[in-house]
Write a protein that binds this ligand. Structure first.
Ligand SMILES: C[S@@+](CC[C@H](N)C(=O)[O-])C[C@H]1O[C@@H](n2cnc3c(N)ncnc32)[C@H](O)[C@@H]1O
Length: 245
């Protein structure tokens, strides 16, 4: 698919390896249950089939990507399941039935230890992102972790965009004022979200951002993204910790 910018199998293998490392380095364990939102052609699932025992659910709006993963991954590894969400995305599912901002993920609350979104919030508009974060909070077990990548509009990133060094132009400001778009005609083609909005949306959902690994996509050097790690606040555990102090 075009988002790997190459048809070479080694590029895909490398993407699988690096996403597994990303999650394991942030605490993923064998017994965890994982939700991969925007699972694409299954790079995370493929990297985890020999490791994960707690179960994996991938969900995506792209019908062919989901069907491919069901045929090629789930048939051999039934604890790896893929689901289709028929949601509107100008870039990936133009004729979807429903706005992402109105969607309830088809899972019980508090059943996932890790939720991952690799290069998905980079294709979503602010109202949709805000709603997904509320849903992620609902789906995570207390203390569970959400790892998601963004193009974060920090002062530094804005500087790069203004100087024209960003790998995409991001020259259109969305009507919300909360993000910049690479292509105003297809807003979801690439979305850079205002960093303070991303902080507010996490806080509103009850997700505490504890780490941001900064990408330099705005610099002209690399195309990498910013990776945000947030935790579902566990008020009961916090209360216990405070009581023990
Ligand atoms: C750039 S690809 C990334 C795929 C995969 N996560 C990876 O890292 O290779 C973005 C994926 O997000 C999916 N997507 C876009 N909008 C979505 C939404 N609102 N909900 C779920 N998936 C979405 C697309 O169909 C596509 O598969």
């Amino acid at each position: 698919m075009y988002y790997y910018r190459s048809l070479r199998p080694s590029v895909f293998t490398q993407a699988c390896e690096s996403v597994r490392l990303e999650l394991v380095s942030r605490g993923l364990r064998r017994e965890h249950r994982v939700l991969d939102i925007g699972s694409g052609i299954g790079n995370l699932a493929i990297s985890l089939v020999d490791f994960l025992e707690g179960g994996y659910d991938g969900i995506d709006v792209h019908p062919e990507a989901v069907a491919w993963c069901q045929r090629n991954i789930s048939q051999r590894h039934p604890t790896f399941r893929f689901h289709r969400a028929d949601l509107i995305s100008g870039a990936y599912n133009k004729y979807g039935q429903m706005s992402p901002a109105a969607y309830s993920f088809p899972f019980h609350s508090r059943i996932f230890d890790v939720v991952f979104l690799g290069s998905v919030f980079t294709h979503m508009l602010p109202d949709d992102v805000e709603h997904y974060l509320l849903e992620i909070k609902r789906l995570l077990r207390p203390g569970g972790v959400c790892i998601s990548s963004f193009f974060l509009l920090s002062d530094q990133a804005r500087g790069g965009i203004d100087r024209g060094t960003s790998f995409m132009s991001f020259d259109a400001v969305h009507t919300s004022g909360l993000c910049r778009l690479h292509d105003a005609a297809t807003p979801e083609a690439a979305v850079a979200l205002d960093e303070s909005f991303v902080y507010r949306a996490h806080a509103k959902a009850g997700l505490e951002i504890r780490e941001i690994r900064r990408g330099v996509w705005w610099s002209g050097v690399m195309h990498d993204q910013d990776v945000v790690t947030s935790y579902s606040e566990d008020s009961r555990a916090q209360a216990l910790t405070h009581a023990q102090v």
